[in-house]
Design a protein around this ligand. Structure first.
Ligand code: PMP
Length: 525
C-alpha cells in the first residue's frame, strides 16, 4: 500500500484519464466472465465483455487451468531452465501442428519459436522474415558477383566480347580501354543501394500488430505509429477490401538489379528481381481496427501474390486465434493459410504470458535459433498451460469450438436486435464467433456538445464504456483504433443472463444517444 504522501508513479496520467470516464476501477477478483471490485467492504460484480482484450477464451481463473497451474507450481517445475532441453515446448508445438493440419488439410509442419507477448512474437516474425530475405539477397549478390568475375575472365582471355546493349543499358559511353571495368562499376553503383534498402512489409489499412519499435510500423493507426516511424522498416497499408490493390503494390515496388550473362561469347546485362517485400502481415479478423473479417477474394489475392513473388504471408492470429472465431485459426474460415502464424493472448489460458511464432518447415531457417533469444520465453509453466488450453479446445471432438459458435450466435442476435431497434445510433454489427463488434454512427456533429466533442476526440466509445460500467455493471471497450466500435470478446462460459444484462445496458445507452442525453452518459446529470 502506498503511503498517503507518495506520488502515484505507475501511469498516473492514464489513471487520471480513466478516472474522468469512471473507468479507474480496482478489480480484486475475476472468475469466468465476472470481475469484482470492493465498495464498502463488499464485492460488486461486473460482467466482463473485454476478456483481457481477447485473452480469456476460457474466462478469468478457469478452474481447470487454475488447478493445473497449482499442480505445476506444487511440482516445482523450473521457471528458469534456459539453454536446456524443453520437451514441453515441443509438446505444445506438436499440439498446435496437429490442429493446423486438420484445419488446413496439410501435412507440412511448422516450427515454433516462443515469446512472451503479442508484439514480441510479431517482432520475432519480422526478424525471421528478414533473416530469410537477407540470406536470399546474399545468395543473389554472390551469384551476380560470380557472373561478373566469369565475364571479366572471359573478356581478358579474349574468348568473349561485351555487347553494345550492355553499355547502352548502363549508360557507359566511353568504350575505350577499361570499358568493361566501367560497366562493372556502373552495375555496382546501380545495385548496391538497392541491396542495402530496408525491407518493405505489407499489411492492410486498419491493421494492428503491436506497439514495439518494429511491430508498430505495421500498426495502421497513425497516432500510435507516426511519432516512432524513424525507428524501423516501414510498411505499406493496402486498402482492406480491394484485391486488385495487391498486384498494383507489387508492380509499384518491383525492384531490379543488374546481372551479367554470357551467351555464345557475348557478355550482356540482364535484370534480376530483388526480394524487397519482407512479408505480408494479415489479421484474418482485424481486432483493434474495429472487428473486420478479411474477404475471401482479398485472402486469395494476398496468397497468390505471395506465392508468385516469394514472400511469406504472416497471419497474426493473436486476437482472432486460439478458438475465438469458432475454429482454432480464424484464417481457416476464409481459406487463408499462413507461411507464418503468430499466436498469443488466449494461448496462455489467462494465467501466463505466452506467445509463439510458427514458421512453415520449408521456409524455416534453423540458424535463427542461434541468433534469437528471450530470457522468459519457452518456460515450462507457460508451455504446459498453453498445451492444456489446446487440449481443452480440442477435447470431445472440439466441442469448445461449437460452444463458441453457439454462444457467439446468441450474443450476435442480441447485438443485431440493438442494431435494428436503433439504426439511427448503431451503424453495423460484425464479427465471428466470440469476436464481435458494434459500430456506432458518427456522433461528431451531434447537437449535444458532450457527445459531439467526445466523438471528435475519439473518446465516445470510452464514454459509452463508462456509462455501461457505472449504470449497468457491464464492462466493454472500444477497439483501439476505431473508437466508435465496441468490441465483445467474452469467454465461452458466457451465460444467457450475461447477454441479457449487456442487451439491456446497450438499449439504455442507445436510448440516451438517441435522446442526445450526453450529460447522463457521462454521469453529470
Ligand atoms: N496483434 C494483434 C492482432 C493484437 O490484437 C495485438 C494486441 N491487441 C497485438 C498484436 C499485440 O499484442 P501485445 O499487446 O501482447 O503486444
Amino acid at each position: 500500500m502506498a503511503a498517503v504522501d507518495e506520488p502515484e508513479l505507475a501511469e498516473a496520467h492514464l489513471r487520471q484519464l480513466l478516472g474522468s470516464l469512471g473507468l479507474d476501477v480496482n478489480y480484486v477478483r475475476g472468475q469466468a466472465n465476472t470481475l469484482y471490485f470492493l465498495d464498502d467492504g463488499r464485492e460488486h460484480a461486473v460482467v466482463d465483455f473485454v476478456g483481457g482484450y481477447g485473452s480469456l477464451i476460457f474466462g478469468h481463473n478457469n478452474p481447470t487451468l487454475v488447478a493445473y497451474a497449482k499442480q505445476l507450481l506444487d511440482a516445482q517445475i523450473p521457471f528458469h531452465a534456459q539453454f536446456s532441453y524443453h520437451p514441453y515446448a515441443n509438446d505444445l508445438a506438436t499440439a498446435l501442428n496437429r490442429v493446423h493440419r486438420r484445419e488446413f488439410r496439410t501435412d507440412e509442419n511448422y516450427r515454433a519459436i516462443f515469446a512472451n507477448s503479442g508484439a514480441e512474437a510479431v517482432e520475432t516474425a519480422l526478424k525471421h522474415a528478414e533473416m530469410d530475405r537477407s540470406i536470399r539477397l546474399a545468395a543473389l549478390g554472390e551469384e551476380i558477383h560470380g557472373h561478373v568475375e566469369e565475364a571479366q575472365a572471359a573478356v581478358a582471355a579474349g574468348s568473349a566480347v561485351v555487347a553494345d546493349h550492355a553499355y547502352d543499358e548502363l549508360g557507359v559511353t566511353d568504350r575505350s580501354a577499361g570499358a568493361l571495368e566501367r560497366l562493372v562499376e556502373a552495375i555496382h553503383q546501380h545495385n548496391e543501394p538497392r541491396f542495402l534498402r530496408q525491407p518493405l512489409f505489407l499489411t492492410l489499412e486498419g491493421s494492428f500488430h503491436g506497439k514495439l519499435a518494429g511491430s508498430l510500423q505495421l500498426t495502421h493507426n497513425s497516432a500510435y505509429r507516426l511519432p516512432f516511424r524513424a525507428l524501423a522498416a516501414q510498411a505499406r497499408f493496402l486498402p482492406f477490401d480491394q484485391p486488385g490493390a495487391v498486384e498494383k503494390v507489387l508492380d509499384e515496388e518491383r525492384t531490379y538489379v543488374y546481372d551479367v550473362v554470357m551467351r555464345d561469347g557475348v557478355v550482356d546485362v540482364t535484370e534480376r528481381e530483388l526480394p524487397v517485400i519482407g512479408g505480408f502481415f494479415v489479421e484474418p479478423i482485424q481486432g483493434e481496427g474495429g472487428i473486420h473479417e478479411v474477404g475471401v477474394d482479398m485472402a486469395q489475392a494476398i496468397r497468390a501474390a505471395a506465392d508468385t513473388a516469394g514472400f511469406p504471408v504472416i497471419l497474426d492470429e493473436i486476437q482472432s486465434g486460439v478458438g475465438r472465431s469458432g475454429a482454432f485459426f480464424a484464417g481457416s474460415h476464409i481459406g487463408l493459410r499462413g507461411d507464418y502464424y503468430v499466436l498469443a493472448k488466449s494461448l496462455g489460458g489467462g494465467l501466463s504470458k505466452l506467445s509463439v511464432l510458427l514458421v512453415r518447415d520449408s521456409l524455416y531457417r534453423p540458424d535463427f535459433e542461434l541468433l534469437h533469444s528471450s530470457t522468459f520465453a519457452k518456460d515450462a509453466f507457460s508451455c504446459h498451460l498453453g498445451r492444456k488450453v489446446v487440449e481443452m479446445l480440442e477435447a470431445d471432438g472440439g466441442s469448445a469450438y461449437g460452444r463458441v459458435i453457439e454462444r457467439g450466435a446468441r450474443l450476435r442476435a442480441a447485438l443485431e436486435r440493438i442494431r435494428s431497434t436503433f439504426p439511427d445510433v448503431v451503424k453495423d454489427c460484425r464479427g465471428r464467433g466470440l469476436m464481435l463488434g458494434l459500430e456506432f454512427q458518427d456522433q461528431s456533429t451531434c447537437d449535444d456538445e458532450i457527445i459531439a466533442s467526445n466523438a471528435r476526440n475519439g473518446l465516445i466509445g470510452y464514454v459509452l464504456a463508462g456509462y455501461l460500467l457505472r449504470e449497468h455493471r457491464v464492462r466493454v471497450f472500444p477497439t483501439a483504433s476505431a473508437s466508435h466500435t465496441l468490441r465483445f470478446e467474452p469467454s465461452v462460459e458466457l451465460t444467457d443472463d450475461e447477454i441479457g444484462q449487456l442487451e439491456s445496458g446497450l438499449e439504455a445507452t442507445c436510448r440516451l444517444l438517441r435522446e442526445r442525453a450526453g450529460a447522463r452518459l457521462v454521469g453529470a446529470a
